[in-house]
Write a protein that binds this ligand. Sequence first.
Ligand SMILES: [Ca+2]
Ligand SMILES: [Ca+2]
Length: 154
Amino acid sequence: MAAPLELDAQSVAFLVEASRLSGQEIRQLYAEFKAAQPTGRTSDFLNMVAQRHSSLETVRKKAQQFFELFDSNKDRSISREEVLAIMHAVFQTARDRGVQLTKTPEEVCEEFFQRLDTDKNCEISHEEFVDGCLLQPDLLRILQTPEVMNTLGR
Ligand SMILES: [Ca+2]
Ligand SMILES: [Ca+2]
């Protein structure tokens, strides 16, 4: 018999909403938290999980939005042509704004594939894109520059 956990339904519901973890995962984390810190308060646990997971969730959501913008033919996969088309448009926006560019759209596209196409099949899957953004936070920072955002209409 597992020891009863003093995490009420309301707290679990709050965390499910904030973190997108399942209720079961949250109870598991709570059990680990109580094992590590027997005197730890529930409020400390709530703060810890909400903070750690909501930032991840924000990144995941942004990555999801960018994936959909890049995947213009909506086949749940990003091709070189799709990346190149967007890069050419982004570079045009940048030039119009007088921004100096040191790379070509082709080079940026190549870098994109080197970093995200993990299985090297020349297509970036939804999973590769989202996982890549979670593991390489600077990718999202690059995607959120004004030139890219303007070009993508965000
Ligand atoms: Ca596509
Ligand atoms: Ca791939």
